[in-house]
Design a protein around this ligand. Structure first.
Ligand code: SF4
Ligand code: SF4
Length: 177
């Protein structure tokens, strides 16, 4: 079958100078030279890091209250609502006798999309999205953050409600892991 189409129009011979590529080389070097003296915009990460806005949503983390108690009561709401099913919780009784707490609390950071649903839904203000965005690991197991690591990331957040204060005083124990 014969080929159809319009023949490509080729430029006429550009001349001897163009054949040496010198004009193109000089043009390229001129562009490079101009950029050398411009303000640098490349960030030298990780020595330099982003200045994140206040509403930045990074990795989720668990928090303790001002008496170092784990605030999570293992209600499973965050596990239920998490769109990519990144959270895995196993509950346990806690020594205070007040409520239960998490025995296992894992977040698979390879799955987490930092949507913030877990923070929104938590009735205990026990899980927050941090400004941390560095998720580095050499295998998949390292990317599953366990309870202790999540608590270390979250640190302490003062609890304005203090609903456990009188109950734990009666139970005689203040801290649970
Ligand atoms: S931020 Fe979203 S995706 Fe990540 S653990 Fe929370 S609910 Fe799941
Ligand atoms: S972090 Fe909040 S929503 Fe998730 S299990 Fe604990 S108390 Fe429930």
């Amino acid at each position: 079958m014969p080929l159809k189409g319009t023949p490509v129009k080729r430029a006429a011979h550009a001349g001897l100078l163009a054949a040496t590529y010198l004009p193109s080389i000089l043009k390229g070097m001129w562009i490079t030279l101009r950029h050398i003296f411009r303000r640098k915009v490349t960030m030298q990460y990780p020595e330099e890091t982003w200045k994140l806005p206040d509403n930045y949503r990074g990795l989720p983390a668990l928090v303790r209250d001002d008496q170092a108690r784990v605030k999570c009561v293992a209600c499973f709401l965050c596990e239920y609502v998490c769109p990519p099913k990144a959270i895995h919780i196993e509950a346990q009784e806690i020594p205070t006798g007040v409520e239960k707490g998490p025995k296992v609390f894992d977040i698979n950071m390879l799955r987490c999309i930092m949507c913030g649903y877990c923070e929104e839904v938590c009735p205990e203000q026990a899980i927050f999205l941090t400004k941390e965005y560095t998720t580095v690991g050499v295998n998949r197991e390292e990317m599953i953050y366990h309870k202790d690591r999540l608590l270390e990331m979250g640190g302490i957040r003062p609890d304005p409600i203090k609903k456990w204060a009188h109950l734990t005083a009666e139970a005689g124990s203040g801290t649970h892991r």
